[in-house]
Design a protein around this ligand. Structure first.
Ligand SMILES: [Fe+2]
Length: 166
């Protein structure tokens, strides 16, 4: 019995017959791949990072059809507050340092290479409750146009825990 490769030939040997790779991601897996690719290019993002002692620092790193990529920095103690993302879905990762995400009663400690994915309606709070600055990378699709704040869900930062213990 002949295999498909014997009949049709090895498609990997005929790259000119392969469909071209899409220029922009259109799936969650594609956005997760985009995040990994940008994260691996530290010479591309690290020189751009700034820190703001007053509030988190934001920089729109890239845009594409229907999506935006944001670079954020977080000094110790800085956090997002509890919020949603309107109609946007997203993927985010930590590039440097450590962040803690509180969502749906769960606490996730995020270090470089960890990825979180969320759909519209997802509510979370992200804080840097470590002692070192942190940098994160976020993709929103469609681009983030609203970010409604929600009452605190009782996220417990290290600082709050220390205050409560006093
Ligand atoms: Fe968020």
């Amino acid at each position: 019995m002949n295999s498909d490769v014997e009949i049709a030939g090895d498609p990997l040997a005929l790259p000119h017959l392969m469909p071209p790779a899409p220029a922009h991601p259109t799936t969650v897996a594609g956005f997760a791949r985009l995040i990994r690719t940008i994260a691996a290019d530290s010479p591309g993002w690290a020189p751009l990072v700034q820190y703001d002692p007053v509030s988190r620092w934001y920089h729109r790193l890239r845009t594409g059809p229907g999506y935006e990529v944001w670079l954020l920095s977080w000094l110790p103690g800085q956090g997002s507050g509890r919020h949603d993302h309107g109609a946007s879905s997203g993927v985010f990762t930590v590039l440097d340092g450590e962040l803690t995400e509180h969502s749906q009663g769960q606490r996730h400690v995020l270090r470089p290479d960890a990825q979180r994915v969320f759909a519209p309606g997802y509510v979370h709070e992200v804080v840097n409750d470590g002692l070192a600055p942190a940098v994160s990378l976020h993709v929103y699709f469609p681009g983030l146009t609203e970010m409604a704040m929600h009452p605190s869900g009782g996220a417990c930062t290290a600082a709050a825990a220390a205050l409560a213990a006093d």
